[in-house]
Design a protein around this ligand. Sequence first.
Ligand code: NAI
Ligand code: MG
Length: 496
Amino acid sequence: MGLVTGMCSLPASLDGRPKLLLIDGEWVPARSGRVFDSYNPSNGEVIARLAQGDKEDIDLAVAAARQAFQGPWSKFTPAQRQNVLLKLADLVEQNLGDLSLLDSVDMGAPIGHGLSDSAVETLRYYAGWATKIQGETVPNSNPGSFFSYTLKEPVGVVGAIIPWNAPLSSAIEKIAPVLTTGCTMILKPAEEAALSPLAIGELINQLDLPPGVINIVTGFGDTAGAALSEHADVDKVAFTGSSFTGQEIVRAAAGNLKRVSLELGGKSPDVIFADADLDAAVPGAGMAVFANSGQVCCAGTRVFVERPIYEEFVARVSAFADSLKVGNSLDPETQIGPIVSQVQLDRVTGYLEIGKSEGARTTAGGERLATGDLAKGYFVLPTVFADVNDDMRIAQEEIFGPVAAVLPFDSFEEVSMRSNKTQFGLGGGVWTRDVGKAHRMAAAINTGVVWVNTYLNFDPAMPFGGSKMSGWGNEMGQHSLDEYLNIKAVWINTGE
Ligand code: NAI
Ligand code: MG
């Protein structure tokens, strides 16, 4: 039976017992015996205790993953791996309600907003690829008779490090390609929100998988995360998180030159031309910033608005921000939940002060919600800063909170240039009724994804990744498989 919060019943897995690590198919405590607290950001209460994994635990998990990679898992046929993915998809689907609740209570995603809904489709999408990983027959021009072909082979043991802003879908986005390609893994969830990844571990143990294929080690970044990214027997690190930590991981990976893929931060431009349908652009560009309280890597936080509609847009998007219902993540009416933690709250409110001191005009929000019941949680009002210029810190740095910076522009050429005046290259948006302009702007924005007259659409078949400081490589889509595969060239002498 779950706890009753007055809004939704919490999953029975929140029974007060410390959570364990999944190593070699068994749930075990950290070798050190240490645990740490996990909080509900809607009220600051401790909801679970997690095992504080460290280097020793990572070593054990890597050894188990290596053994599984070389052992029975390597004998699984593509069709068998497909079935593993399909069965896991069914289990996730059957448990999606509880898994979504865990994300809501652990990191504050509003329960009605379906943050975790993509997990099932992601698993089913990758299941289809398990039987379609193939090399090529390559004609060669060597004298003599040689038959030459390529094989695609799993890279091996993968260390996956994920953040807290979409725990279930981030975990699935790492687990799915590992199972598809025949790799094995150690998953290191974020210390702020590890409950749904751990619940996935329970489902994985219901599959007929050899032990050690998927291991889960909770713990902190500078200990467990660092041990994983520098481990000499890990073949690849797949990381999602901040650009700063991405740089740390690249340095740590240099020891054995392991492969690295990175999904990092952003400061994405969203360009509103004067001919845009404002009835669509106002809520569209608004939610591109405020969804998940702005804790979205590709949030469209630099909103460029063409001068003739600038004041109208500022007024309307500010009214839209004011209309959003901020509240407890378990309240089905809530549109904007809390910020994940006290640390992140302090970071975001720090940027609110920076914006004001830089001279931006606050037209909505601008402060923490510090009255009534919500004062115990980490709530920030959806905020609009107008009259921002490109050099302000609030226009250049990733805030990761519900904070829009709105900047006026005068011409297509100007906004093409200014939209790329950032160290990041993740997302981008264009709002216009002119189809030619839409294509020209989509081409001009130097990012991994551009949305036109929409924002924040995702599909497992569409690649997602960034340029510049936003990352290396792609997740989702066909090409993401290459991040988990090595190509082997084979030569056969067919001469007599
Ligand atoms: P972070 O990037 O430090 O944490 C993400 C993951 O990396 C966590 O699992 C953490 O334990 C791990 N980690 C931290 N240091 C590590 C290290 N030295 N070696 C290996 N793993 C390590 O992000 P954090 O501290 O939670 O948030 C700070 C800021 O980062 C946010 O305000 C936001 O701007 C950005 N961020 C961006 C995300 C995105 O998806 N673009 C996701 C999370 C944070
Ligand atoms: Mg938490």
